[in-house]
Design a protein around this ligand. Structure first.
Ligand SMILES: N[C@@H](CCC(=O)N[C@@H](CS)C(=O)NCC(=O)O)C(=O)O
Length: 207
């Protein structure tokens, strides 16, 4: 397997999952800041110009973080990264989707790439403010509806935790946010996991 990633991008969530699984894989750098995602070499891998993408080693490539996380968890059941009952699995997918489909684009892409949301440069600070407000609102929703203990789901650690981790990491390390108590404890618990520490170190990121 080969993970196409960029340091500190959402691909960090999949990097953590691969480290949790512990099977051999390669990392392939896609330097987003240099526009590598738009170059023909990478478009041949992922025509959507995004990371993460996972080459599964059989000539096929998967894209979209929730789908990659789901596939990795289901094809490595011994790693115990997804609930085994149907309802638990559905709740896990629900969380993956909330992080990747709502929190990532609405709260954080607004802050990191305001120009994607408005053609007028003078409106960009407003877009960033909206992103900050939405991040606080979404994290507050998670805090109030938290059903797990240390981990997000009551069934225990799962790929949903790896997904929540990358937005918590952005919030605190890139955006200077203070997380509500359960999420703060969750981030600390994630940072204590050897798999997370290895993924951060391999990407050259501080814990
Ligand atoms: N829906 C995709 C979104 C992935 C995504 O937005 N990745 C960002 C990095 S965090 C990216 O590759 N951005 C490059 C660009 O937009 O040019 C997923 O969840 O995997």
């Amino acid at each position: 397997m080969k993970l196409y990633y960029s340091p500190g991008a959402c691909s960090l969530g999949i990097h953590v999952v691969l480290e949790e699984i512990g099977k051999p894989y390669e990392l392939a750098l896609v330097a987003l800041k240099e526009g590598a995602q738009h170059k023909p070499d990478y478009l041949a891998i992922n025509p959507k110009s995004k990371v993460p993408a996972l080459d599964r080693g059989d000539g096929t490539v998967l894209t979209e973080l929730p789908v990659i996380a789901f596939w990795l968890a289901k094809s490595n059941p011994e790693a115990g990264l997804i609930p085994t009952d149907f309802e638990g699995e559905v709740r896990c997918l629900e969380m993956l989707d909330y992080v990747s489909g709502t929190i990532h684009p609405q709260a954080f892409t607004r802050q990191f790439r305001a120009s994607n949301f408005t053609p007028r440069e003078e409106d960009q600070p407003k877009v960033v403010e909206q992103g900050k407000a939405l991040a606080a609102k979404y994290f507050d929703t998670l805090e109030k509806t938290w059903k797990g203990g240390t981990w997000l789901l009551p069934s225990g650690y799962s790929v949903a935790d790896a997904a929540l981790f990358f937005v918590e990491y952005w919030a605190t390390r890139r955006c200077g946010m203070t997380l509500p108590p359960r999420l703060d404890a969750h981030l600390k618990a994630m940072l204590a996991r050897p798999a997370v520490q290895r993924a951060l170190a391999q990407e050259g990121l501080a814990a």
